[in-house]
Every structure is written in C-alpha cells, then in structure tokens.
Design a protein around this ligand. Structure first.
Ligand code: SAM
Length: 268
C-alpha cells in the first residue's frame, strides 16, 4: 500500500498532511501539552486524531480547527471524539482565536502544523498571545531554530524577534521523518511558546515593531543604518547606544523594541 494512505485517508500534500504515527513521540507531546479543564484546549489541524484522541481522553471538551472537509466529516462521526469536540471547519490563518476564550479561561493551543503555512500561522497566533497560556507545535526543525535563535546566528530574523517579543521560546523535542506517514522531506521539532503576561521589553505599538523588523531584515547583508534609513538617523542610534554599522541579525530583541519606541516618540 502507498505510504500516503493512513487509516483509509490519502494524505493531501496541499494541506501539509504528514500524520504522526510514533506512539512514543505522541505521548511525549501530550505530556508536554499537559491537557486540563482549566483552560480552553485548542488543536490546529487535528487530521486523523493522532494527538486529538489522547488529549481528549483526559478532558471534557476540545476545540479543533481543521481545513480539510473530509477529515472534518470523519471527526464528526468519530465514535469516541464526536461528543467531546467542538469542530470549526476552516483556515486557521483566518481564524479569530479570541472568540474561543470563555469564562476568563486562557487557551492552550497545540498542533502538528502544516509546514507550508507554519510561519504565517505563527505571526497570526502572536496576535492572540494575550488570550493564550501555552502553545505546543510540531514544526519544521529549521523553524524551531529560527524561533529560538540568539542574536548573531544565521537563523536569527524577523520571526525570532517577534516570537521572543511575545513569548518565552523553549525547544522540546526533535522528531525524525520516520515518525510520520507519509514521512516529510525535512526534520521536525516540537516547540513550546509561553506568552508573557508582563513582557520584558514592552513596545508602545506592536505594529511599529513589526514594520521596523520587516524593514530592518529586508536586506540582511546591509547595515542597520542602511536598512532603517528614513526611520532612524545617526543621532537616534547614538541616543540608544546602538552601533548602526551592525547587521540586522546582530541586534537584540530589547534593542529592536527600543528602536521602535524611539520611532513612535519621534513621529507622535
Ligand atoms: N494532527 C494530525 C497528526 O498529527 O497526525 C495531522 C497533522 S498534519 C501535519 C496537518 C493538519 O492540518 C492536517 O489535518 C491538515 O488538513 C490541516 N490543515 C492544513 N492546512 C490547514 C489550515 N490552513 N487550517 C487548519 N488546518 C489545516
């Protein structure tokens, strides 16, 4: 049988379908998620239920967001899951996660994410960080390296700065391709993201921080001064004690926030 067929379903590449099949990895992820009834539990891309079933086992209700209509139909008639699931058929990239918050409970969000949309999905979820207690995601290993990178490293970029602005980032587990059906062409890893209640470096307007990071990392090989021309000048860098001849990947999250706050004050 083709390795694309799992539990009678043919994996769809366009939906990034690589189903988790390794029991040891599944139980490690469920342990890391630590499901409970004190939070709104939310899974993105439940698929055939590899994580859904063991998570639902220990809680009363689980909300899922799944794009593939065939998989939604299977979940709706699933003998064990159907009474516990609240199913939203649709695109997680367009989904308003804030509407899931109930009774003042924060969300625990998790998923083995479709790798083709994982970076835009991370940016989308950061918008809801204040409603979220924890996030646990299986991602392409390279994306986990970017999320957790330190300044000065090759992996450090716009995604790193925005992730570490909103969350503490903790790599949890590396997962090889053979733990999935069909196996992905890349290595995978699980990451834990813990949104801050009190951000270590608060920004006065996160839209400005986002714009400044996009502009700064637009040309990685150019200096900060060059990339941010038009936003900050030499005296601004001097007042912040930032060497503007450095490259964008050499600047810390704290310094990006300081630059954004200065720009906000300047243009107020
Ligand atoms: N959770 C299952 C597992 O671990 O075996 C499936 C994981 S598979 C990598 C990704 C899942 O996300 C699939 O079920 C796929 O249909 C779903 N998906 C793909 N794009 C999506 C989107 N934009 N919004 C919500 N779900 C999506």
């Amino acid at each position: 049988m083709s390795n694309k067929v799992h539990l009678g379903h043919t994996a769809r590449k366009r939906f990034g379908q690589n189903f988790l099949t390794d029991e040891g990895v599944i139980s490690s992820i469920v342990g890391a998620i630590s499901p409970d009834n004190d939070h709104v539990m939310v899974e993105i891309g439940p698929g055939l239920g590899a994580l859904t079933e063991p998570v639902a086992d220990s809680i009363d209700n689980l909300t899922v967001v799944e794009l593939d209509r065939d998989l939604v139909e299977r979940l709706q008639v699933h003998p064990v899951l159907k009474d516990k699931l609240t199913i939203h058929q649709g695109d997680a990239l367009q989904f308003d996660f804030s509407k899931l918050q109930q009774d003042g409970k924060k969300m625990k969000v998790f998923g083995n994410l479709p790798y083709n949309i994982s970076t835009p999905l991370m940016f989308h979820l950061f918008e809801f960080a204040q409603h979220i207690e924890t996030m646990h995601f299986m991602l392409q290993k390279e994306v986990v390296l970017r999320l957790s990178a330190s300044p000065g490293s090759k992996a450090y970029g716009r995604l790193t700065v925005m992730a570490q602005y909103f969350c503490q980032v903790v790599p949890v587990l590396e997962v090889p391709p053979q733990c999935f059906t069909p196996p992905p062409k890349v290595d995978s890893a699980v990451v834990r993201l813990l949104p801050y209640d009190d951000k270590p470096w608060p920004c006065k307007d996160v839209n400005v921080l986002r714009h400044l990071c996009t502009t700064a990392f637009n040309m990685r090989r150019k200096t900060l001064r060059n990339n941010l021309k038009g936003m900050l000048d030499d005296s601004d860098f001097e007042s912040l004690n930032i060497d503007s001849t450095l490259r964008p990947e050499q600047i810390s999250v704290e310094q990006y926030v300081a630059m954004a706050n200065l720009y906000i004050d300047k243009t107020a």
